[in-house]
Structures are given as structure tokens and as C-alpha cells.
Design a binder for this molecule. Structure first.
Ligand code: AMP
Length: 574
């Protein structure tokens, strides 16, 4: 059975989770770590480095290194790597490829599908670009979920089934706070706020400024222009910062500095100084948290049930103390904050996997089947999404007096005008019992097996004559009208537009059908996607770009089918 992995594609670090023997675990990468720096670099021989090796080389070859690509994803900006320019999703794809290959090595099996997490405030463009990065990395992205939802999922086993959760996520590059409400298996986002320039990198920058000032005084020379020394110091300062979470002081040393290599530069950093430097930033993050709590309506007498910590910077003791004091709620840090999102993503991936298993058992048709009736109209016998296997019969009659035979024209598609649907085949039913028009009763039966093969039978109920045929529906529906007189490129574009439009109208119907069963977050996600897809179907001229929307829409269709199945399972149990 193929695993589906959960990927936390972070700004500074990424990690992968997977459920093994019913337990979520984080994948240990090729260098023995559970997180991989989201850094891509070009080595001296042109080799692409990803992760720790790329981060190591950032010190000596900063112009050949890309960091923080997540900040650019979904924008029209490019990342420069040497003299080459890459789209952000191409760089993210390299990170995802590395994560995928580490997961494959860890699991000892190939990995083709995943769930990827993104910040709750990510726009549709950012989500689509993330999905595209997954596709470029050879992964089928089954679902994009919000990072705070994943973090909350990781704690699901210890949360009450009705709970108000605040996820405080302070990572390397960004701060996000999200208020969620759990209702059974559903997590609905009630509010989300953040600051894209608040996190560990900023803390490092402040410490670095302090250390550089100190070293410049000791060395009597300016260090700022020396990129290599500055990169080296950045690494040292971050290490010292991390040490200050468990110790009260740490030393940054640059031995043998200068041309003669004679100066030993050292700077003692204390936790007290560090806390003083970061307090204004923490103040801002807690202010945003209070605002998000108020927006979610969690500031009433019920208050917050659970405060979940995510992101490496929440290991800073002052962060935890400050939060507890301000929010009056003890933060939960039982699960490693670096891994909590990946672990939750793994649990979500497992839900997707088990839903597909159930779906495999009870599959549905992806198309409608019908027959042509009088006046170029189509009568649908098997609507799209009918559970397999399916068997349907309907009785038709003749359109002329003393008609001896009837032609059964099998159609695939949902158009009311028969000729706009795809023709799957025709056969004649001869030897009809004589009668005035409208008198003979011809029973037409469709039988659709587990593999989607259709057997069509027609029987004159009076005479008992019967004919049948077997047809194989087309995987891709193609309208005959598009074929005449258009170029292959136009054909392809029209087909792509039709597919997207068909999915849009289908999803719109599903959305109103399931409106009550979907959480607000998921509903908004679908509505935003529908809007973006509508626009894309009208304006985009490249079938490949439309194809991306199609994949995104199809994924939602799959997820809605899972909702359908869940409600069926729920009904069965009732
Ligand atoms: P993330 O984006 O969640 O991977 O968080 C990465 C950030 O967390 C980096 O800025 C790290 O320096 C920081 N970090 C990781 N561990 C600690 C720690 N023990 N104390 C302080 N900061 C940490």
C-alpha cells in the first residue's frame, strides 16, 4: 500500500510526516535530522544542493543560494541562482524532491502522493503555486491544508471534541496566529493574523547587529562589507541564540580574524540581553494574538481551551512565559514545535489515504450516460457520480405509427442537446410489436460494472425482442462541435476550457448540496477556487495553465466525495 506523506514546506525549514503503525512520525532525512533547511544552492560543479549542504555553502557562496523562497511563492518574482532565474515554484519543487527522496529512503518504498501545508492566510495563487511545485517534484498533491489546522490535528487526541484552539506559530521567517474551533472531526478557522517579517531571522539580525558592533570595536575595522564573514557570523549567532533557550549565556567567537590571523574576537551573549532585544517583537506578536482572539470571539467568559505552539522560535522560554501571562492559558509544547505541523499533516494524509481506500471499494462514475430521444434531446439514465456498480432501466416508446425498429444511440455527457454529447455507439432494435406511435414499450437498461464498462440493453416488452451492446466510456469527454475546422491548439484549449467549466458547474452544485456539512474554511477555499477558475477559464490561453486549475478542482471534487462517503457511513451507522 502506497503511503501518502504530509509535508510542512516551511520558510526556513521543512519536514515530512507519515503515519506508521497508526502513529504519526517525522521522517529522518539523509543527514539524520528531522527538519531540512528550505535552502537551495548551486555547488561549484553546477550540482544542485538542497537542505543542510546548501545551507553550509550559503556562507561561502551566498549569490549561489536561495533561501526563504516561500515568501515569493505565488508571485511573479523570480529567484536568482548564479546567472539563472527560476520561478519560485521551481525552487520549491527542488526542496520537495529532496523531501520526497528522503521519505522514500526512510520508508523503503516509493512515494507519489502527499498533503502539503500552507499558512492560513495564503491566497489562492499561493496555494496553486504550491500545488504546482508539488507537481513539478513528481508528487500528486492530494490536499493543501492550513498549517494551524495541521498543528491542531497533531493534538487532536488530547483535545476535547468541542474546543477553542489558538495556534501560535513563530518560526524562522514569519509569525502566524490562528484561532480554530473544533467540532468533532472538523476544524474551522475563525480568525488568522500574522506578520511576514517577525521570527527567528529577525531575532538573529538583532543579535548580529550587537555582535558586529562589539567585534568592530575589538578588531578596529569594519566587518559589514565582508559578506563571507557576515554569513559566518550569522550562523554563529543563530547557534548562540538556540543555546540561550537552555542556558543563561553563550559565547560567539571568531578566532584568528584578520589578514595576519592574530585577533581572536569573542562576544558573550546573555539570555537577559537577548530577552531585552526581542521583547518589542514578542509584544507585537502577543498583541496580534489578542486581536485574533477577539476577532474569533474567544475573549468571552469561555475563553481559550488550548494554546498550541508551533515553530522553532516558540522554544524560547520568554515566548512561553509571556504568552501564558498575557493570555492566561498555559501553552502546550508536548509535541516538538518544529515537527507539529508535519505530524498533523501526516494524520491528514492518513485520512486522505483511508478515504481513497473506501472510495476504491465504492467508486463512482465520473460521467453521465444517456440515450438520444426525440428531436436531438438527450435523456440521462446514469447521472454523474452514481456509485458503481450501477443498473438503471427506463421505458421509452416510438415516435411514429407502425414503427418496426428503433435506434438506440448511447451518449456520454450532460448536455441536454444530444448532438453536443459524445456518441459512444448505436444499435438497432428491430421487430417491434406493431402499434400507434407512443404505444410500444421499449425498456432500455444500462449496466455499469466496477471497471466502468457499460452494457446497454433494449427490449420490446410486448414482443420480447432484445438487443444489447457494450461500450467503453471515454476518459476525457470531447464535444463533437469543437472538432470541425479548428486547429489542434484551439481544440486543446477548448477542451481544457470545457473541462474546467464542467468541473466548475459540478462543484457549484455540490457546494450548495453540501453547504451545511462543510466547515467555513473549506467552503471559502472552494468558493475562492471557483472564482479563480472562472476567471482562468475566460482569460487563460494556455491549456497547461488550465490543466492546473482542473487538477485543483478535481482534488476538491475528490474531497467532497469523501464528505459524501463520510455522511453515508454516518447514515449507515445511525
Ligand atoms: P521553523 O521555521 O519552525 O523551522 O523555525 C526555525 C526558527 O526557529 C529558526 O530561526 C531557529 O533559529 C529557531 N529555533 C529553533 N530552535 C530554537 C531554540 N531552541 N531556541 C530559539 N530558537 C530556535
Amino acid at each position: 500500500m502506497q503511503p501518502i506523506i504530509g509535508i510542512d514546506l516551511g520558510t526556513t525549514n521543512s519536514s515530512v510526516g507519515v503515519v506508521l503503525h497508526d502513529e504519526p512520525r517525522t521522517v529522518v532525512n539523509a543527514v539524520g535530522n528531522r527538519t531540512t533547511p528550505s535552502v537551495v544552492s548551486l555547488g561549484c560543479d553546477g550540482e544542485v544542493l538542497v537542505g543542510q549542504s546548501a545551507r553550509n555553502q550559503a556562507v561561502s557562496r551566498p549569490e549561489m543560494t536561495v533561501r526563504n523562497v516561500k515568501r515569493l511563492i505565488g508571485t511573479a518574482e523570480y529567484c536568482s541562482l548564479g546567472d539563472q532565474r527560476y520561478a519560485p515554484e521551481e525552487i520549491s519543487a527542488l526542496i520537495l524532491e529532496q523531501l520526497r527522496s528522503d521519505a522514500e529512503a526512510y520508508l523503503g518504498t516509493s512515494v507519489k502522493e502527499c498533503v502539503i501545508t500552507v499558512p492560513a492566510h495564503f491566497s489562492q495563487a499561493q496555494r496553486l503555486a504550491t500545488r504546482e511545485a508539488g507537481r513539478l517534484a513528481g508528487l500528486e498533491v492530494r490536499r493543501i491544508i492550513n498549517e494551524p489546522t495541521a498543528a491542531a490535528l497533531a493534538y487532536a487526541s488530547e483535545l476535547a471534541r468541542q474546543a477553542r484552539i489558538v495556534v501560535y506559530d513563530l518560526g524562522g521567517g514569519t509569525f502566524d496566529v490562528t484561532c480554530l474551533e473544533r467540532d468533532g472531526e472538523k476544524f474551522a478557522v475563525r480568525s488568522t493574523l500574522g506578520d511576514g517579517a517577525l521570527g527567528g531571522v529577525e531575532f538573529d539580525r538583532m543579535l548580529l547587529e550587537h555582535v558586529v558592533k562589539e567585534f568592530e570595536q575589538q578588531a578596529g575595522t569594519r566587518l559589514q562589507e565582508d559578506r563571507v564573514v557576515m554569513q559566518q557570523l550569522q550562523e554563529l549567532v543563530e547557534r548562540a541564540k538556540i543555546e540561550l533557550s537552555s542556558r543563561v549565556s553563550s559565547t560567539v567567537a571568531l578566532p584568528f580574524f584578520g589578514r595576519t590571523g592574530g585577533t581572536h574576537l569573542t562576544c558573550e551573549l546573555t539570555r537577559e540581553l537577548f530577552e531585552e532585544l526581542i521583547t518589542p517583537m514578542l509584544h507585537r506578536s502577543v498583541g496580534l494574538t489578542e486581536l485574533a482572539v477577539a476577532e474569533a470571539g474567544f475573549n468571552d467568559e469561555h475563553g481559550i481551551d488550548y494554546l498550541v505552539l508551533a515553530g522553532g522560535s516558540t522554544r524560547i522560554p520568554l515566548v512561553q512565559r509571556y504568552l501564558e501571562r498575557k493570555l492566561g492559558c498555559r501553552p502546550s509544547a508536548r509535541i516538538n514545535p518544529d515537527e507539529v505541523v508535519a505530524l498533523g499533516a501526516a494524520l491528514d494524509a492518513e485520512l486522505v489515504r483511508s478515504a481513497s481506500e473506501r472510495r476504491r471499494v465504492q467508486d463512482v462514475t465520473g460521467f453521465a450516460l444517456g440515450v438520444e430521444t426525440d428531436g436531438d434531446t438527450s435523456t440521462i439514465l446514469i447521472p454523474r457520480n452514481t456509485a458503481l456498480p450501477a443498473r438503471v432501466t427506463e421505458v421509452f416508446t416510438t415516435v411514429s405509427d407502425r414503427q418496426h425498429s428503433a435506434q438506440i444511440h448511447v451518449l456520454q455527457g450532460e448536455e441536454r442537446i444530444a448532438s453536443r454529447n459524445a456518441s459512444l455507439g448505436r444499435f438497432m432494435l428491430a421487430g417491434l410489436s406493431e402499434g400507434a406511435r407512443g404505444e410500444p414499450r421499449i425498456e432500455v437498461g444500462f449496466e455499469l460494472d466496477h471497471d466502468g464498462i457499460v452494457t446497454v440493453r433494449a427490449r420490446d416488452l410486448a414482443s420480447g425482442v432484445e438487443e444489447q451492446t457494450t461500450v467503453v466510456p471515454m476518459f476525457e469527454e470531447a464535444s463533437p462541435e469543437g472538432r470541425a475546422g479548428s486547429t489542434p491548439g484551439e481544440d486543446e484549449l477548448r477542451a481544457a476550457q470545457r473541462q474546467v467549466q464542467r468541473l466548475i458547474s459540478y462543484l457549484e452544485g455540490q457546494l450548495s448540496k453540501h453547504a451545511g456539512a462543510l466547515d467555513a474554511e473549506f467552503r471559502t477555499e472552494i468558493e475562492e477556487l471557483l472564482q479563480a477558475a472562472q476567471h482562468a477559464a475566460r482569460t487563460l490561453r494556455r491549456p497547461a495553465r488550465l490543466h492546473e486549475y482542473r487538477i485543483a478542482l478535481e482534488t476538491i471534487v475528490q474531497e467532497l466525495r469523501a464528505v459524501d462517503l463520510e455522511s453515508e457511513v454516518g447514515n449507515e451507522g445511525a
